[in-house]
Design a protein around this ligand. Structure first.
Ligand SMILES: Nc1ncnc2c1ncn2[C@@H]1O[C@H](COP(=O)(O)OP(=O)(O)OP(=O)(O)O)[C@@H](O)[C@H]1O
Length: 314
């Protein structure tokens, strides 16, 4: 974070938070992070890592069994009446009465929301204006997600909790939602996002954490999280050019004509490769060079976390 970020008001704070379920199973085991005003913070993790269990504490749906959570300076469970009007929550399952039309659903919600946006505006924001009269039961899965989002945005929340906001949306719907989330953030909304789409976190998040089995295993910006992982260069050698002709240190990466090189010095390795190709008059088919993605970092982290947990066979 820059010093400017650090001076910004801390809007969400979790400190050594714990949550257990009946039977004593601890789903959240000492999680700490903070989110500044206007920041988009992503909570990522393996299945069952404890993301939803954590977010529910921030939304005021349950009280932590240990540690503290603060949203806008209040305890979200204990001071619910202070926090609830200022936050928007998009849950994984909206659970609307399916016989109501889209407009009726928004109006019903607006009835219990102070300072609600006009119904038409809320629907236009999420691209559902043309479906206003349709019954909820006739909406597609993606359209229901949009309705969930419209309801979360109805009260112009200062803090928005988005739990898997683009599940079921097609590629265009996903991009539209991303653009909307960016606009809200530009207007100063603080966003806490949980998602399984790492590309989504990469596109939107200022900072993120990755959880596994109730704990945070990595935290930082996307660049920080991916920095330690090698970049990748892929290409295919043309017929008649054996891998043995590649520079010595690049040969080991070849499997037949297909070559995949992993490197911590992308620029130097690429320069060496391209110089060799130019000098040898070799055309590299399908050449693709990229820094490590969040997805690769995530898979690495999940795999190494799982390996350290493996119980040795006696
Ligand atoms: N009501 C409950 N009672 C008992 N255990 C629960 C309950 N809710 C969740 N759990 C357990 O707590 C752990 C964390 O669940 P949680 O839903 O928070 O994970 P998650 O990271 O959101 O998972 P996913 O990515 O799969 O949605 C899981 O092992 C889950 O089975």
């Amino acid at each position: 974070m820059t010093s400017d970020d650090m001076s910004r008001e801390c809007v969400i704070q979790a400190e050594d938070v714990r949550r257990s379920y009946a039977g004593g199973f601890e789903a959240v085991s000492g999680v700490s992070f903070s989110v500044a005003r206007g920041e988009l913070f992503a909570l990522l993790g393996t299945n069952g890592a404890g993301k939803t269990s954590t977010v529910e504490l921030l939304e005021g749906l349950a009280r932590p069994d240990g540690g503290t959570v603060r949203v806008l300076g209040h305890a979200p469970y204990g001071d619910r009446s202070q926090v609830r009007p200022r936050i928007g929550v998009m849950l994984q399952e909206g659970g609307f009465p399916s016989e109501l039309s889209v407009t009726e659903t928004v109006r019903m919600w607006a009835g219990c929301t102070s300072g609600a946006r006009p119904t038409g505006e809320a629907l236009e924001l999420v691209g559902l204006g043309h479906r206003a009269r349709v019954r909820v039961k006739q909406l597609s899965g993606g359209e229901r997600r949009r309705l969930d989002l419209a309801l979360a945005l109805l009260g112009r929340p200062e803090v928005l909790f988005l739990d898997e906001p683009t599940t079921g949306l097609d590629a265009e719907g996903r991009r539209d939602t991303w653009a909307l989330v960016r606009r809200l953030q530009e207007d100063g909304t603080t966003v806490l996002l949980t998602t399984h789409y790492l590309e989504e976190a990469e596109a939107l998040a200022d900072r993120l954490v990755i959880m596994h089995r109730g704990r945070i295993v990595t935290a930082g910006t996307t660049a920080e999280v991916t920095a330690a992982r090698p970049a990748r260069i892929r290409f295919e050698l043309p017929e008649g050019v054996p891998a043995a002709r590649l520079p010595l240190d690049l040969r080991a990466a070849a499997e037949g004509p297909r070559v995949e090189i992993r490197t911590h010095g992308l620029q130097d390795t690429l320069t060496e490769l391209l110089r060799w190709a130019a000098e040898s008059g070799v055309r590299l088919h399908g050449l693709d060079a990229r820094s490590a993605s969040l997805e690769e970092a995530f898979l690495d982290i999940a795999q190494s976390a799982a390996e350290t947990e493996e119980v040795p066979v006696p």
